[in-house]
Design a protein around this ligand. Structure first.
Ligand SMILES: [Mn+2]
Length: 441
């Protein structure tokens, strides 16, 4: 059953996908630029597979926040056209005319470039469809053969956390189509990955098991107590053993103050992809780790059929997880409470956002978490809080934007935001944040 025969997509959205198909057919040499996170890497992989199949000459790059200077740099060179994935909507006015933007971000500028974005068609790109879902629809529209890129669509959806609270219409339709027509198995199980259950628990940071993740002694003791063989894979364990382990971990987390909605997330309907021998959930984590360590092209090469790269992706993921767990322990020790917020520091900016997310979900959900890393003369800041704080009026995006008053820049969402400030002004900035927070809560 083909993808489009099962989807119900608003007509104008479908038309914009067809315009994108026409765009690609018109051009031969194409510059592709994608966002450097899991969703962006998944998008790039889907596009690269599709464009190479069409016989296009492509040059692929990754970037963080796209600036006008980046656009100028990327569009110089002998290309007929440019495709941006998971970025670009907010810079539409600065893009060359022959540009196709496949994106799902909500800030959209006016401009000449061709934009495919669910926000334009009454959908919420933040929930209903991520960039890799948009790229997957586009690629499948271009040629049905590209439907085989579905693992990357799934990985992108999971990478952008668009499974939380249930799938939106587009993502949900893709997931349903995959589970009904592809060689996959959906299993409700603990959302952890590793060759053994010991390794899976040890390396897991999302979910993070306070008191266990990263602590081999604690895990061994726990598994002994429950009579579970740690060297078996999750799939090899008796259902009864897994049930005992899951309920033990869940109760323990609740007792440690982890919010029930977060605890519920340790078990998921995970999609096992037969051809790859891994879950879409794990693929998404492999892409995330590759992105965070600068190995953006490796997953693309893996997606192009170089299956031996899976081993390197696994080892990059393991190394990154071990480093992250180490840094989490360092961060926990650095905690300083300031009014309604807790301040933590980590040695590298590569870890601020991940550490802030984990601390806010699993460690001190009742407080605003701010994690910073000082590099050279700049402090890189990530702020996180839980939904109930936003209901009380906290808007971290607004708080981080205060950085501008101190010679920096910042912004983001209500629950997740970031900033950069000159190190010499960091204290003043934190003071201002604390003061503004104090007047809100
Ligand atoms: Mn995205």
């Amino acid at each position: 059953m083909s993808l489009f025969s099962t989807l119900s997509i608003p007509e104008p959205f479908l038309n914009s996908l067809d315009d994108a198909v026409e765009f690609v057919k018109r051009h031969k040499r194409i510059r592709v630029v994608a966002h450097h996170d899991a969703d962006g890497i998944a998008s790039a992989t889907i596009l690269t597979r599709a464009l190479i199949r069409e016989g296009k000459k492509i040059h692929l790059s990754f970037t963080g926040n796209l600036t006008e200077e980046d656009v100028e740099r990327f569009s110089s060179g002998r290309y007929d056209a440019m495709i941006l994935a998971d970025i670009g909507s907010s810079l539409l006015n600065a893009l060359p005319e022959e540009t196709l933007v496949l994106d799902h971000h909500g800030r959209i500028a006016e401009g000449e470039a061709l934009l495919v974005n669910p926000h334009l068609h009454g959908m919420d790109g933040g929930r209903d469809a991520c960039a890799s879902a948009v790229c997957f629809l586009f690629a499948s529209r271009l040629n049905g053969i590209n439907e085989d890129s579905y693992p990357f669509a799934l990985a992108g959806i999971l990478g952008d956390k668009q499974d939380l609270g249930g799938y939106g219409p587009i993502n949900g339709a893709i997931v349903r189509w995959v589970s009904e027509t592809r060689d996959v198995k959906v299993v409700t199980e603990l959302d952890v990955d590793g060759e053994s259950i010991f390794e899976a628990l040890h390396l897991s940071t999302d979910p993070y098991f306070p008191g266990y993740s990263g602590d081999s002694n604690a895990i061994n003791e726990l598994l002994d107590k429950l009579g579970i063989e740690g060297d078996k894979a999750q799939s090899e364990l008796e259902m009864e053993d897994m049930r005992r382990l899951i309920s033990y971990l869940a109760v323990d987390m609740v007792e440690r103050g982890v919010p029930p909605d977060v605890v519920k997330g340790i078990v998921k309907d995970r999609i096992h992809i037969a051809d790859m021998g891994i879950t879409a959930n794990h693929l998404s984590r492999l892409l995330d780790a590759a992105g965070r360590t600068g190995h953006h092209s490796l997953p693309v090469s893996f997606g192009l059929g170089n299956s031996w790269h899976l081993e390197s992706l696994e080892s990059i993921w393991k190394t990154y997880q071990n480093e992250l767990l180490h840094i989490l322990a360092v961060a926990e020790r650095s905690k300083v409470d300031r009014g309604p917020l807790s301040l933590f520091t980590v040695p590298s900016r590569r870890f601020t956002s991940n550490v802030a997310t984990i601390l806010s979900l699993y460690y001190i959900p009742e407080r605003v978490v701010i994690v910073y890393a000082r590099e050279d003369d700049v402090c890189h800041v990530s702020a996180r809080c839980r939904p109930f704080m936003c209901e009380r009026g906290i808007d971290l995006g607004e708080l981080m934007a205060l950085a501008e008053e101190f010679g920096g820049a910042g912004g983001g969402h209500r629950m997740a935001a970031g900033a950069r400030v000159p190190a010499g002004r960091f204290d003043d900035f934190m003071h201002a944040v604390e003061e503004r927070l104090g007047s809100t809560v």
